[in-house]
Design a protein around this ligand. Structure first.
Ligand SMILES: NC(=O)c1ccc[n+]([C@@H]2O[C@H](COP(=O)([O-])OP(=O)(O)OC[C@H]3O[C@@H](n4cnc5c(N)ncnc54)[C@H](O)[C@@H]3O)[C@@H](O)[C@H]2O)c1
Ligand SMILES: [Zn+2]
Ligand SMILES: [Zn+2]
Length: 409
């Protein structure tokens, strides 16, 4: 079957970019709880962009490929204490002499179940499904407490477990979620995973009659905008540098957008500091008070500090954007004195977030599903790339042109 992969044998991570379209072996049922899905659509997001440009997930991808080939052997300890993975000699999908050296990318997808292992009883052949991308172990301390989104031993589809940029995908049944295609169209069904991120972020606060600021109107920030409107927010202010995303937010009915002219993170001095121009404007819009709720949906240090300076005393700040490395809280004392509540949000809660996602998408009175397809996917115009038409150039152009696009298998 055809798949988009990163192959560590062919490419040096640090001196390459992009995904290769190659023929790989069809996945087969290997464990009793395996499910094989014929993928129809797969969503492309910022995380995939991070892999494309080799800016994110290097260790997770490289180490997990090694671990798949050597499932039982612990890493060897060399003289000097450093670890090295043992020689590749155990059977991979490529056979004993040809250990598997690639990762199939893609963690947002939708398709039809074509085969299930004999222990599977939640899903059957012919079901239309999407997947939770965090493959949890269901047995660590947090999983047993019901906090599966912070599982100690999780693997992530398309990063540390083969994903859905392929004609077929093999996943454990416990991450598979049925979708009613009579109620949710397939292109939207393929976006349930990232939409669920926004649902989870939104679940931390009551937005009814509140003023809300969203810092970063990438796809997940735009999803959040739709949810904030459905939840009855009084007014919604967005902050975003990219004109394409700004236009989209306007079409989706945002009340105010503040175009970010200078993004501090590109400056060499004090890249962590808040943009006073932006936060002053938010204070002005909210009549000197500040917003009740701020969502950090971009993942930059200056953007976190923008939240701290745009939120009213006693307000709530949801931290969702991710970057590696240290962040500085500007004027830490102020954070305490203003009595903010900070929430860090990761992934989706199983399965509460998926259930809310389903309700929001199936309820046509909120027009969310319609706006996802008509505005964010622009009715599929140049936002759906058939796998057969994949070229590196075309894919890279789409990464640049669209906050969200899909691959059609
Ligand atoms: N917590 C989680 O579980 C989780 C899951 C997926 C993604 N993420 C992270 O959440 C963030 C949003 O995800 P996405 O897929 O929408 O990402 P994205 O990178 O597509 O969107 C980020 C948006 O922020 C804008 N931006 C850049 N600098 C900004 C700034 N200083 N202030 C305001 N906006 C700025 C960008 O132009 C872009 O539109 C990313 O950081 C991503 O890595 C977190
Ligand atoms: Zn994603
Ligand atoms: Zn766990």
């Amino acid at each position: 079957m055809q798949a988009l992969i990163f192959d560590k044998r062919k490419y040096d991570w640090d001196n390459s970019k992009g995904f290769e379209k190659v023929d790989v072996p069809m996945p087969t049922i290997q464990k009793d709880d395996d499910v094989i899905i014929r993928v129809h659509y797969a969503g492309v997001c910022g995380s995939d962009k991070g892999i494309w440009y080799r800016q994110a997930f290097k260790e997770q991808i490289l180490n997990s490929i090694d671990a798949e080939n050597n499932p039982t052997q612990p890493p060897l300890t060399l003289r000097g204490g450093e670890k090295q993975n043992p020689p590749l000699k155990i059977r991979g999908e490529g056979g004993v002499m040809n250990p598997k050296s690639y990762r199939i990318i893609g963690h947002e997808f939708f398709g039809e179940v074509v085969e299930v292992g004999k222990a599977v009883n939640n899903i059957k052949k012919g079901d239309f499904v999407s997947c939770e991308s965090h493959v949890v172990d269901n047995k660590c301390y947090q999983c047993l407490l019901g906090q599966k989104e912070v599982c100690t031993n999780e693997k992530i589809l398309g990063i540390s477990h083969d994903g859905g940029f392929a004609e077929y995908a093999r996943v454990p049944a416990h991450v598979v979620r049925k979708t009613d295609t009579g109620k949710i169209r397939p292109e939207v069904a393929a976006m349930q995973e990232p939409f669920g991120n926004a649902v989870h972020a939104a679940s931390k606060v009551d937005m009814k009659d509140k003023t809300v600021a969203i810092f970063g109107l990438g796809p997940i920030g735009l999803f959040l905008l739709l949810i904030a409107k459905a939840r009855g927010a009084k007014s919604i202010i967005g902050v975003e540098p990219n004109p394409i995303s700004i236009e989209m937010a306007k079409k989706l009915g945002i009340d105010y957008v503040i175009p970010l002219r200078t993004t501090n993170h590109y400056e060499s001095t004090n890249p962590y500091k808040h943009n006073a121009e932006v936060t002053d404007e938010i204070i002005q819009i909210t009549k000197g008070v500040g917003v009740d709720v701020s969502f950090e949906m971009a993942g930059y240090n200056s953007s976190v500090n923008n939240c701290l300076y745009a939120t009213r005393r006693g307000g709530e700040i949801i931290l969702f954007g991710i970057k590696q490395g240290d962040f500085i809280f500007e004027n830490y004392n102020r954070l305490i004195v203003h009595g903010f509540t900070l929430h860090a949000v990761i992934g989706r809660q199983l399965w509460q977030t998926w259930e809310t996602t389903r309700e929001l998408l199936e309820d046509h009175t909120n027009q969310i599903q319609e706006k996802l397809f008509n505005v964010i996917l622009d009715q599929g115009k140049n936002t759906i790339l058939p796998l057969s038409d994949y070229t590196k150039e075309r894919f890279e152009q789409m990464l640049h042109d669209h906050p969200k696009f899909l691959i059609q298998m």
